[in-house]
Ligand binder design. Sequence first.
Ligand code: BDR
Ligand code: CA
Length: 342
Amino acid sequence: MTQSSPVFADVDTGVDDALALIYLLASPDADLVGIASTGGNVGVQQVCANNLGLLELCQATSVPVSKGADETLTGPLRTPSKVHGPRGLGYADVPASEAALTDYDSATAWVRAARAFPGELIGVATGPLTNLALALRAEPALPTLLRRLVIMGGSYDHIGNTTAVAEWNISVDPEAAAEVFAAWSDEGLGPQRLPILCGLDLTRNVAITPEVLARLAASAGSTSTIMSVDDKRGTLSTASNPVIRVIEDAMRFYLEGYYDNGHGYLAHLHDPLAAAVALDPELIATRSGRVDVELDGTLTRGMTVTDWRREPNARIGVGVDPAAFFERFIERVGPFARRLAP
Ligand code: BDR
Ligand code: CA
């Protein structure tokens, strides 16, 4: 039997966050012990609803969901991202959930989870880092309490997706990211404890296409019609499997957004790659470096400035085999979806 590790996810769900959560729930080596919600792709209230709805869909309603920051450390959130749609899940409707949020917030949830599994907990953050920064203020020992931290965020020696140089998650709350990186900068932590950063230069290599989605549906034993750029916008999935239906409806909106932004009819699975790396860091090649977040620049605020010569404070993802990632994704999520709706 596969040994499972406790995992805590901090998300701003979001189409790709949703796929990351489904991946974690589908993974026999992960025991998802909590979800922190943060405002980002959409407002925090909507992120909470999306998380609860996804757990309902995946029959995993015992996973506690916490509400977190609806503001950054320094003020209001930037305008929600357009690529995820007004409710964050594209065209998808997730089932309504009766489940309640925890009576403690997301920062407290981080601290409780880390203390409950000292030295064991794997943290994965795929949204702005506000909750984690607040958790560090409450429990400065988090870097030693966690077994591993994987962050989707930043862009290393590469362009941005929110400004010319800044990536979305860092750009939403640069001060939070700076506090998190500073907390992990202690030289005494050792290389294995350095956070693993999955930036755009890495995650832009994993582009999902209609062909990959069709393989996923087949592996779930679901009917499905292969999506095409020529389909009427907003065409809803007719897949027989409910999990595949939600994935396809969410992904269609994401594919359309990417297409409109000039990328082609594909989309980058930033957050699912980070989730997969959280469970298996061997999926990517990393290089240790020093990352500082620009807080002041009028053009460069939120940029992750990378210095490969200084004492490292992170392991930066620099190489991935997209085919291996998609194979892993399909072999986990397909049978999981099939099990939920035999
Ligand atoms: C990140 O920004 C969000 O829109 C995605 O969910 C991902 O976490 C990519 O820059
Ligand atoms: Ca995200």
